[in-house]
Design a protein around this ligand. Structure first.
Ligand code: 13P
Length: 260
């Protein structure tokens, strides 16, 4: 049985005041759901302190390929771990398209996260052009193969795959549950060849909103979400986490009892 997982990707948003306010508005992870917040690295330590005593876990949005070195501006997975991170988003489409991360670099970063003891959340997804030209599945398969073909089965333990179609990220154009499920089923089938299909969590990401989240999470192969914009609103994010716990459950905030 896979536990639901909802991950907030705050991208390059927020400041100290925002985190204080978010922490006071957001309650706790609903029972049965793992909730992970990935703030900008600069605020990771503040986040860990602000949520102390709750079941929230933390991650980073990127890691370097190596543990240390003369790499101005980079941060190692080991440093993120040292600050309290347990997860690392790897290969987000913004890293791929804006920072030139190839499949080979993404594979190295996946290994770097594992080496440091972080749980990698590997992002895959096709562009609109690739979907329109019928290459959505081939694109995602190639992105998966770059990592899975070089990773021994133990490296895939505790890894998560996030399907984030590029055309759905930040556009408001959420994939329908059917479109998302179709790709998730294909990803799970691919994981079957690596022997980890049943236990690997698959997240959908791309314009997830509070309404509509339950329908996505109800799909057989969608185990939760990777949430961008809506994760910056404590009420909306709480509602999405709640949808992962049980579709018709009402969202509440300021509830630290764990019963929301
Ligand atoms: P949005 O939810 O803002 O579309 O972002 C999705 C995303 O990129 C999460 O990693």
């Amino acid at each position: 049985m896979r536990r639901a997982l909802v991950v907030a990707n705050w991208k390059m948003h927020g400041d100290r005041r925002f985190i204080t306010s978010f922490a006071s508005q957001y309650g706790d992870a609903p029972v049965g759901v793992d909730v992970v917040i990935c703030p900008p690295l600069a605020y990771l330590a503040q986040c860990v302190a602000a949520f102390r005593g709750r079941r929230i876990r933390f991650g980073v949005q990127n890691v370097a390929t190596v543990p240390s070195g003369a790499l101005t501006g980079e941060h190692a997975a080991e440093m993120a771990r040292d600050l309290g991170a347990e997860y690392a988003i790897i290969g987000h489409s913004e890293r791929r398209s804006l920072f030139g991360e190839s499949d080979a670099i993404v594979a190295q970063k996946f290994q770097a996260a594992k080496r440091a003891g972080l749980n990698p959340i590997l992002c895959v997804g096709e562009t609109l052009q690739q979907r329109r030209s019928g290459r959505a599945h081939a694109t995602v398969h190639a992105q998966l193969a770059a990592v899975l073909d070089n990773a021994p089965a133990p490296a895939l333990e505790h890894a998560t795959i996030a399907y984030e179609p590029v055309w759905a990220i930040g556009t408001g154009a959420t994939a329908t549950p059917a479109v998302a499920q179709d790709m998730h089923a294909a990803i799970r089938e691919r994981l079957g060849r690596a022997g980890v299909a049943a236990r690997t969590r698959l997240l959908y990401g791309g314009s997830i909103k509070a309404d509509g989240a339950a329908a996505l999470f109800a799909a057989a192969d969608i185990d939760g979400g990777l949430v961008g914009g809506a994760s910056l609103d404590a009420t909306a994010f709480a509602a999405i986490c709640c949808a992962a716990a049980c579709a018709p459950c009402a969202a509440t905030t300021n509830d630290t009892t764990g019963t929301q």
